[in-house]
Design a protein around this ligand. Sequence first.
Ligand SMILES: *Cc1c(COP(=O)(O)O)cnc(C)c1O
Length: 459
Amino acid sequence: MDLQRYPAEPFRIKAVEPIRMIDKNQREQLMAEAGYNTFLLKAEDVYIDLLTDSGTNAMSDRQWAGMMQGDEAYAGSRSFYRLEDTVKRLFGFAHVVPTHQGRGAENILSRIAIKPGQYVPGNMYFTTTRYHQEANGGIFHDIIQDQAHNAAADIPFKGNVDLDKLDALVGKVGAENIAYVCVAVTVNLAGGQPVSMANLRAVAEYCRARGIRVFMDATRCVENAYFIREQEAGYQDTPIADIVKEMFSYADGCTMSGKKDCITNIGGFLCLNDEELFTAAKELVVVFEGMPSYGGMAGRDMEAMAVGLEEAMQEEYIEHRVKQVRYLGDRLMEAGVPIIRPVGGHAVFLDARSFCPHLSQSQFPAQALAAAIYVEGGVRSMERGIISAGRDKKTGEDQAPKLETVRLTIPRRVYTYAHMDYVAETVKHLHQHAADIRGLKWAYEPKQLRFFTGRFEQL
Ligand SMILES: *Cc1c(COP(=O)(O)O)cnc(C)c1O
């Protein structure tokens, strides 16, 4: 038996939270009442909640101890300085601006670094990131390699930037019309796919030669680092913390959702090297978030975040994290369930087009599948397909993405392998009678980020 293939949890359990399963008839009724949108279910009615890994993490005893030690001073909180020191030491950037969560940092960065009409090339889009870029006059341009849009292409570092695509854009519009290049590590909507160090280095070299800034979406940077250690030549003996630091040496700053790789329940920050941008960011943070020494977080949240970021860099932690996600993916693949390959760092993405071949994309197969999984086994997931992609700002048309997926997202340190087995059984069983899954149509379509609160009816 290969003990390292799926390492046991590198922690023991000190506090427990009971979960309960309601019966299937009830689930069917509740799903209809929630407009077939898993975001609109009550968490209490969910048995295993894989909606998101965002803010759903279990904190450690040390983080909880840190909560008691949080300094709630309005200005100059000790907890801020601790967080600032930790982020500077681990990420290597000159300045840190705390925010209430990742999108707070995206809002500020988009406002200070984008001039209306400028392009913001990125390795696939993320919902809130692109929203803020566009709201500030930016034009998103996808520069991820083509294969990232193909669910079945089983290649390492599927999140890599295609430098030819970047170069073609720069050639067409000119370097002065690029606000900055946004590189996500890992790429959430591509399936949690990592970016290689060689690719980050090449992007930085290309951009520095042309005076273009690079900002990273650092949300899952530690998971990305684990893939580099595991799969990129030359990094097998490099500590995770050193890999993270090298990754960020290729950027001018980053936005961070602390709700993911900081293993906390709330928080975020923006990192910058440039003095002028830092000054501009501090002017805006007081408007949108709070003083530059708390940015919308309580002192205790900053304390827990500093501890969590250190814990995320621990080898045993990150190995178990990535391999637990892979365990669920392996169970599904064995049973012939179509998923995005390879399995990424935070979630298993079901390929809803292959799962529901009887539904066209305009019948919202991923939205329908996520609803069906809840009814089947009380497991909550989310749609990442045509609903999440939203409408084109100019034409008003749906931006039909190639990837039409349902995301089973694993919270950090919350569930065990036995829970993963239950989820796999639920999805496998549903897969056998997938032809019964009915398509959906809009009942209410919100104007922005429609996946959060939209409602549907069965066709
Ligand atoms: C969650 C997330 C964000 C936004 O962060 P919030 O803390 O939810 O505001 C940005 N980028 C990526 C890739 C994310 O997964």
